[in-house]
Design a protein around this ligand. Structure first.
Ligand code: ZN
Length: 338
């Protein structure tokens, strides 16, 4: 099968990658669309330690089921997948905390082949059926939307006066979309003015990073830590800026990627004195529930099409990586079906 792989020799499209074997509780999914995000770029550049097929988002059709999954109703159905694959046997999995599994693998990012290929084998429990009413191309973002909703669940924004989302990558924009539905005073503070048009389209308040002072008046600041190309707010000083914006007893939400990314400089230790003095709350946010993401897409809670700035085909190979790395790209959808 075709697969976009990376290792020490760099990224390349190969045509003879072995179709994955399925385990007893797995499904073989024929991939229709995959996402190409800054995480894939980080895997290719080595900022994420991953060898093998890249890609962590997918929409596809279940073509085959393992012996112990034979009764699953998903055969022949269109599905999306949660990228975190839990072991099911560690103490945390047994406590119902499989999202924090001690042996967690992540599709296309850690110890598992990814979605920029014709097929992927995944545990059936990771899959969720996509309603025929949802545009398959938008369903690619079910996990990204779920992560934004997770921030909304964690961040108490409804009754707050001042809420800032710091960042202007796709995750920050999605978080701002979701939070602004709960509290119209939510503002996005970004570095790329060309993205503010999107905020205007959705009537989300916005400011350039050079404008707002560090006035210690924000109730909640959400920092989206994304390994974005080009100017962005995910690197050094994002936490310093966020803490400078927060009022005493304010909440800082750090929304991060599903795996470690080199170069996301949190430098939190430099600021802990301030955290203690002003009794701030710091919350980590990673993975939401993919079913909630699908529901939000179905109900129109989020507007995704303007975030798709490019479309590509798997046959474009490494050429699409070059395009995806351009700073004006927000998210790319890759057509995989031949
Ligand atoms: Zn586990």
């Amino acid at each position: 099968m075709r697969a976009l792989v990376t290792d020490q020799d760099g990224p390349r499209l190969v045509g003879d990658y072995a179709v994955p074997e399925i385990g007893l509780t797995d499904a073989l999914v024929r991939i229709e669309h995959a996402g190409l995000s800054p995480l894939e770029m980080a895997a290719v550049s080595g900022r994420i330690d991953h060898d093998g097929v890249i890609g962590h988002e997918l929409v596809g059709i279940v073509e085959k089921l393992g012996e112990r999954a034979a009764k699953s109703p998903l055969l022949g159905k269109r599905v999306v997948a949660s990228p975190d694959v839990a072991c099911g046997t560690c103490d945390l999995c047994k406590k119902g905390l499989s999202v924090h599994c001690r042996n967690r693998r992540v599709i296309g990012l850690r110890q598992l082949d990814g979605t920029l290929a014709d097929y992927i084998a995944l545990p059936v429990r990771n899959l969720m059926e996509v309603s025929s009413k949802i545009d398959p191309e938008q369903a690619v973002f079910a996990h990204a939307v779920a992560d934004a909703l997770h921030v909304a669940h964690l961040a108490p924004v409804e009754k707050q006066t001042y809420v800032t989302v710091l960042g202007d990558g796709a995750q920050a924009i999605l978080a701002a979309q979701v939070l602004a539905k709960r509290n119209a005073s939510v503002r996005l503070v970004g570095a790329r003015e060309e993205r503010f048009g999107l905020c205007e389209r959705w009537q989300i308040r916005h400011r350039h990073i050079s404008e707002p002072g560090l006035r210690a008046d924000q109730d909640v600041v959400v920092v989206s830590l994304e390994p974005e190309p080009g100017p962005n707010l995910a690197g050094a000083d994002a936490v310093r800026t966020a803490l400078g914006m927060l009022r005493p007893r304010g909440s800082l939400v750090l929304q991060g990627p599903p795996v470690h990314v080199d170069g996301l400089d949190l430098s939190l230790s430099d600021h802990l004195e301030r955290v203690i003095r002003d009794e701030m709350r710091i919350l980590g946010a990673r993975s939401g529930r993919i079913g909630e993401g699908l529901d939000a897409i179905h109900s129109g809670l989020v507007d995704l099409l303007p975030l798709i700035t490019r479309r590509a085909n798997l046959n474009d190979g490494v050429g699409m990586l070059r395009v995806a790395g351009e700073p004006n790209q927000i998210r790319m959808v890759v057509e995989v079906a031949a």
